[in-house]
Write a protein that binds this ligand. Structure first.
Ligand code: NAI
Length: 332
């Protein structure tokens, strides 16, 4: 059997981690033959709760789980890790301005970037889930200069999965038959869920989703808004934010990054922008990517309509503004 991989999950006492830890520990992310050692980071007041999570992981009796390291010390949490799920973040509280949230969180991601730089493996793959995920990932990368920028990503897979589910429901087909939905830009309400390159497999043949649905108005309005506002809809119904679906999306993102995307399919990830599709450079922008041998590559030469261009520009502008605010906070 392979040597165990060390995998850190931050915010390990929180609700997303509660679903994510089980998915990771049972082998859905790194493969059915890959043992892992889980490093669980949370803040000191949560150590009691974390102890309960550790007990439950033990009680799951999972054969691939070779060890669990609960801690409130980033130096211990990030030591020798090969994969990092950065879920922990300060939640938005009542009366909190967006700037206050950004301020609290960029400071967390600065500390975690420094700890990754010092203690993690140099090829560690980092997925930031904690919001604002794209800008947190950018800050984290800036404070980990010895780790390639390509190794820092932000999660827009939940948005992609939501988009895929909406299209599948509209067409009345299982989700598996729908592919190549794209989430462009920021994981925020300015994200652009784009079905114009998506495919649906009907009776073994791929058809463009736009042809199958034949309702451009629905695709450009109801579909886009439903995906953009899905997080708020879940909060309204559940009185808590998406957790099971966020955990599933985090595991999908990391699995594809480690094990690769299927031929003919692409997925969306927030990655360091090289200016593809005229997105601003040096922000973490969600693009369609394919992945082979642990390396992602932005899918090129997809057609961009005037409608899409406007939305791409708006989400890019928001990311530039967030970057500027984050840098001001950190350098103050
Ligand atoms: P939660 O509040 O249940 O758990 C967060 C955990 O993070 C808590 O246990 C907290 O103590 C911990 N934490 C806070 N500061 C920390 C630090 N400095 N180091 C380590 N742990 C720390 O929140 P939940 O529901 O698990 O969500 C976590 C984050 O994920 C939130 O920021 C949420 O907005 C974000 N999210 C992102 C999604 C995406 O698609 N990118 C989707 C859903 C949620």
């Amino acid at each position: 059997m392979a040597e165990p991989l060390r995998v850190v999950v931050t915010g390990a006492a929180g609700q997303i981690a509660y679903s994510l830890l089980y998915i990771v520990a049972k082998g859905d992310v790194f493969g059915p033959n890959q043992p892992i050692i889980l490093h669980l980071l949370d803040i000191p007041p949560m150590m009691g709760v974390l102890e309960g999570v550790v007990m439950e992981l033990a009680d799951c009796a999972l054969p691939l789980l070779h060890g669990v390291v609960p801690t409130d010390d980033p130096a211990v949490a990030f030591k020798d890790v090969t994969a990092a799920f950065l879920v922990g973040a300060m939640p938005r509280k009542q009366g909190m301005e967006r700037k206050d949230l950004l301020s609290a969180n960029v400071k967390i991601f600065k500390v975690q970037g420094e700890a990754l730089d010092k203690y993690a493996k140099k090829d560690v793959k980092v997925l930031v889930v904690g919001n604002p995920a794209n800008t947190n990932a950018l800050i984290c990368s800036r404070y980990a200069p010895s780790i390639p920028k390509e190794n820092f990503t932000a999660m827009t897979r939940l948005d992609q999965n939501r988009a895929q589910a909406q299209i599948a429901a509209k067409l009345g087909v299982p989700v598996r038959q729908v592919s190549n939905l794209i989430i462009w830009g920021n994981h925020s309400s300015t994200q652009f869920p784009d079905a114009s390159h998506a495919l649906v497999n009907i009776n073994g043949a791929n058809t463009a989703v736009v042809e199958a649905i034949k309702d451009a108005a629905w695709l450009n309005s109801v579909f886009v808004e439903t995906v953009q506002k899905r997080g708020a809809a879940v909060i309204n119904a559940r009185k808590m934010s998406s957790a099971m679906s966020a955990a599933k999306a985090a595991s999908d993102h990391m699995r594809d990054w480690f094990l690769g995307t299927e031929d003919g399919r692409f997925v969306s990830m927030g990655v360091i922008s090289d200016g593809s599709y005229c997105a601003p450079k040096d922000v973490i922008f969600s693009f369609p990517v394919t992945i082979k041998c642990g390396k992602w590559k932005i899918v090129q030469e997809l057609g961009i309509t005037d409608f899409a261009r406007k939305l791409l520009d708006a989400t890019g502008k928001e990311l530039e503004e967030e970057r500027q605010e984050a840098i001001q906070i950190i350098e103050a």
